[in-house]
Design a protein around this ligand. Structure first.
Ligand SMILES: NC(=O)C1=CN([C@@H]2O[C@H](COP(=O)(O)OP(=O)(O)OC[C@H]3O[C@@H](n4cnc5c(N)ncnc54)[C@H](OP(=O)(O)O)[C@@H]3O)[C@@H](O)[C@H]2O)C=CC1
Ligand SMILES: N[C@@H](CC=O)C(=O)O
Length: 340
């Protein structure tokens, strides 16, 4: 049995869900993959709690999400909140996304690299703001980085492009990659909810970003298509290279008009190769019933790959949820350490 020592940064909605999942699935993971998962540290805004023997998953699973619960844990189990953690194999990074500076994820990821740890990123900030730096540092330290959680999480995207479409040239990608905006547009169209009402429900579901402007202004979709393009289409873009429009200017009247014509408003993220260049745009658009993504409603997402040899390949579903995001990180973890 191989033991995998895990450090988690960010004990928020997704971070706590990740702990719940490793608790719930530990026996199955031992049986199926010969891996024993041990959570040795969790970091929040004010520091880390840690234990070489493994932290109490039952206690953390029941705690409220938020850094305060780590301070409570430290007090209850008589341990200090520290700035460092001991030896570990992998960092799971689930702190808030900041696309300007990439922090706090960037610092957590670089610390993990220095400690020769692999990284599973659920947050997007560090990868988006400092893509080349992160991957050069990973290479220099001979460690691996996975980030399904940052590229639409429960919807398989990166794995499909890398593994299932290997050998094909991907010439275009089109996706509905953000559950919050898809939920808002669907509920505005189907129930006549206001933008604000629908956003509030998405926040209550735990799927909106810590700063929901990232969702509604199209930035979260932009981050995801950017990472997919850099990985699968060979670009080295940053957000400034993209044309980004969110759903914040879409009116009830526009949505009703589209519905009257048998169309739906969707926030589409598109990357297309054209004469050696890749053009990326994120914008709300009307799509008709014949579109491959037309059935993607509510918190669901979807992606279409256009390839030279396999035609169009489409994946639908992968609803945005904290559990789905945590499950995407767990998938990365298993795929890093399972025997192939
Ligand atoms: N929610 C979702 O469905 C999905 C989220 N993601 C990504 O996952 C990440 C987490 O999302 P979510 O759990 O919803 O967000 P939350 O806001 O619920 O949780 C973030 C947590 O990180 C903590 N934090 C703040 N600063 C630091 C720091 N310096 N070091 C460590 N932790 C810190 C926060 O502390 P405090 O409690 O003090 O505020 C909070 O507890 C985001 O980057 C998001 O983009 C990806 C896929 C899906
Ligand atoms: N805010 C995102 C969740 C994480 O990627 C979404 O709504 O899909």
């Amino acid at each position: 049995m191989r033991q995998i020592r895990i450090v988690l940064t960010g004990f928020g909605t997704v971070g706590r869900e990740f702990i719940r999942l490793i608790k719930e699935k530990s026996e199955r993971i031992k049986e199926n993959y010969n891996l024993e998962l041990r959570l040795v540290a969790v970091g929040g805004r004010d520091g880390f709690i840690g234990s070489e023997e493994g932290l109490r998953l039952d206690s953390l699973s029941e705690a409220r999400p938020g850094s305060q619960s780590l301070a409570d844990y430290a007090r209850n189990f008589h341990m200090p909140l520290t700035t460092r953690y001991g030896k570990a194999d992998v960092l799971v990074e689930a702190a808030p996304t900041d696309v300007e500076r990439g922090e706090p994820g960037f610092t957590h990821i670089m610390t993990a690299f220095r400690n020769r740890m692999d990284v599973i990123a659920i947050s997007k900030g560090a990868l988006v703001a400092r893509y080349d730096t992160v991957f050069e540092a990973a290479k220099a330290n001979k460690v691996r980085v996975k980030y399904s959680g940052a590229t639409a999480a429960a919807l398989p995207t990166k794995d499909i492009g890398e593994i299932s479409l290997a050998g094909s040239e991907i010439v275009g990608i089109e996706g509905i990659l953000n559950g919050t905006t898809n939920y808002i547009l669907t509920r505005m169209q189907e129930d006549g909810l206001s933008f604000e009402e629908a956003l509030l429900t998405a926040q209550q579901k735990g799927i909106a970003e810590t700063n929901p402007d990232l969702d509604v202004k199209g930035i979260d979709s932009a981050c995801k298509i950017l990472l997919l393009s850099n990985d699968l289409l060979g670009t080295h873009y940053s957000l400034k290279d993209l044309s980004i429009q969110g759903i914040d200017q879409v009116t009830k009247e526009q949505i009703a008009g589209a519905k009257g014509r048998g169309m739906k408003y969707k926030l589409l993220a598109r990357a297309h190769k054209q004469e050696g260049n890749v053009h990326i745009s994120i914008a709300p658009m009307e799509i008709g019933p014949g579109h491959l993504l037309a059935a993607v409603d509510d918190t669901n997402k979807g992606i279409v790959f256009q390839t030279d040899t396999m035609g169009e390949v489409c994946v639908l579903g992968g609803s945005s949820s904290p559990r789905g995001a945590a499950a995407a990180a767990l998938k990365d973890l298993i795929n890093l350490y399972r025997d192939h």
